[in-house]
Design a protein around this ligand. Structure first.
Ligand SMILES: [Cu+2]
Length: 282
């Protein structure tokens, strides 16, 4: 039994209801406090709010956009639930004799609930547009470029030795070709701190080049020149997948991206060029 409840027990149904209502309000407040506390805990405990930051400059811009969007969603949630709880508590029916205030239409409230969503949509549109412009900016002709070819069911990565940015050999017309399908998944080797452009090509059906740590994917569409560029900021091995259902063995279209230090990449290129098996004369 809650304190304050006993004296009201004998005074009729209206009083009992009032005490019952207080108990409900107290419960709602407790639940709401727990909810808000766990939300605060969750948001501070998980850096980046539980989302991968990514390993490229572009991925990190996208991660910031996600966090911004999620923060807006949390604010909207708190605002809506707060207004709801406020209305439930403040304007509850207190007794059978007395109706809560009855009113409809409020210019101020209507202006607020039109204004806030419009502001949110404009903010999201502007921020997304800026990030998209940034990450889809064309690579410079002097940037390193790799052709990514998807097929049923595997990948072929082609490096033109004269189109590798600072690692280029302008006199060479050789290509390094990495070809693989299950169970020998191909590995795309890339240098850290270097802008790399991917030219996405497919001849059979639509595939999609997806590396989770890029926070980005782009389709390979037959007959279409799709490309995007990233600047890698971490060394390591990252998993890649085809992200467009392309046939019976779609799930086996995996690959890895190995990002290495620049000197290691230069050595790798030299090794590959020296190794006839990996080099194809165009
Ligand atoms: Cu696929």
């Amino acid at each position: 039994m809650l304190p304050g409840e006993a004296p009201g027990m004998g005074r009729g149904s209206s009083c009992m209801r009032r005490h019952g209502m207080r108990r409900i309000v107290r419960r709602i407040t407790t639940v709401a406090s727990f909810g808000l506390a766990s939300l605060a805990l969750f948001s501070t405990a998980s850096a980046g709010w539980g989302m991968p930051r990514g390993v490229t400059d572009e991925a990190r811009q996208i991660a910031d956009l996600y966090v911004f969007t999620l923060a807006l969603a949390v604010l909207v949630f708190i605002g809506v639930v707060g207004a709801l709880l406020f209305a439930i508590v403040r304007y509850r029916r207190r007794s059978d004799d007395e109706m809560p205030p009855q009113f409809h239409g409020s210019t101020v409230i209507e202006a607020i609930w039109i204004g806030i969503p419009v502001a949110i949509v404009l903010a999201l549109f502007t921020y997304s547009f800026i990030v998209l412009q940034d990450i889809q900016e064309d690579a410079d002709p002097e940037d390193m470029s790799v052709e990514i070819r998807g097929f049923q069911f595997g990948w072929q990565f082609t490096y033109d030795v004269n189109d590798l940015g600072q690692f280029s050999d302008p006199a060479s017309d050789e290509q390094i070709v990495i070809l693989g399908s299950a169970p020998d998944f191909p590995e795309l080797v890339l240098p850290v701190d270097e802008r790399v452009e991917f030219r996405l090509v497919a001849d059979d059906v639509i595939h999609s080049f997806y590396v989770r740590d890029f926070n980005f994917k782009l389709d390979l569409i037959p007959g279409r020149d799709n490309r995007f560029a990233v600047t890698l900021r971490e060394t390591g091995v990252f998993n890649g997948y085809c992200a467009e259902l392309c046939g019976v063995d779609h799930a086996l279209m995996r690959f890895t991206v190995r990002v290495v230090e620049q000197n290691e990449f230069a050595e790798w290129i030299a090794d590959q060029v020296g190794d006839d098996a990996a080099v194809r004369q165009p």
